[in-house]
Design a protein around this ligand. Structure first.
Ligand code: PEP
Length: 256
């Protein structure tokens, strides 16, 4: 049984005061629920303040990215150790905005995933196809290529540190979510691939989140899919009441 996992990606939003207020609102909403994993991923500069707001709660802290080198002359970058220092548990890696806006390659993403695991962080590893790739019938090829390259060199003993987030690029921030059937098809394909790369038992345990315009209104349908284990949520995670509704719905759907 895979524990559901919802993570909020705040992207480049909030300020110091609103980040803390949002974190407190989410802590209040989650309460003592322990049948779901919940994380929030604020901008780097607010991690420490949000960590304080989350202390002694069931809500974990994640970063939106991490650099693979341990230290040195890498202006603007943040290491695993720095993120651990401010109480991060998770790091989003390979988000489509980093792949397609910043230009991150599969090789860099793979290095980051390996460094994160070695440094004691749990990667949320994002994959997903562009609209033109889906329209050209290339979804499975693109996504499996990203999964294989991202997980290259990660051994059986460590792979379960990773959560894979399937985020079709055309659904992110557009208001157009993948249908639950489209999500399920790709999630099942990813799980089959993980079984081939590792084994069936690992594939059965590895969590796969869906991301792309997930919101309260579509949470039940998405979470009802057998291979959808959670959600990576952008826009809707910026409103505590929406995020809370999605957490509650996920518990109802997956933990009944
Ligand atoms: C995301 O940022 O990972 C995301 C899925 O955004 P949104 O929910 O706003 O589409």
């Amino acid at each position: 049984m895979r524990k559901p996992f919802l993570a909020g990606n705040w992207k480049m939003n909030t300020d110091a005061a609103s980040a803390v207020a949002l974190a407190k609102g989410i802590v209040a909403a989650v309460g003592q629920a322990d049948n779901i994993d919940v994380a929030v991923c604020p901008p780097f500069v607010y991690l420490q303040a949000v960590a304080m707001a989350l202390s002694s709660s069931n809500v974990a802290l994640g970063a939106q990215d991490v650099f693979h080198q341990p230290d040195g002359a890498f202006t603007g970058e943040i290491s695993c150790k720095m993120l651990k220092d401010v109480c991060c548990t998770y790091a989003i890696i390979g988000h489509s905005e980093r792949r397609h806006v910043i230009g991150e390659t599969d090789e860099l993403i793979n290095n980051k995933i390996k460094a994160a695991i070695n440094g004691g962080l749990l990667p949320i590893f994002c994959v997903g196809e562009l609209l033109e790739e889906r329209q050209a019938g290339k979804t499975n090829r693109i996504v499996s290529d990203q999964v294989k390259k991202g997980l290259d060199g990660i051994c059986q003993e460590r792979i379960l540190a990773v959560t894979i987030a399937y985020e079709p690029v055309w659904a992110i921030g557009t208001g157009v979510n993948a249908t639950s059937q489209q999500a399920q098809e790709v999630h099942a394909m990813i799980r089959d691939l993980v079984a081939k790369l590792y084994n069936k038992e690992i594939a059965g345990q590895l969590r796969i989140q869906y991301g792309g315009s997930a919101k309260p209104a579509n949470t039940a349908e998405l979470m009802a899919q057998p291979d959808v284990d959670g959600l990576l949520i952008g826009g809707a995670s910026l409103k505590a009441s929406d995020f809370a509704a999605m957490i509650n719905t996920s518990i109802q759907v997956k933990c009944k």
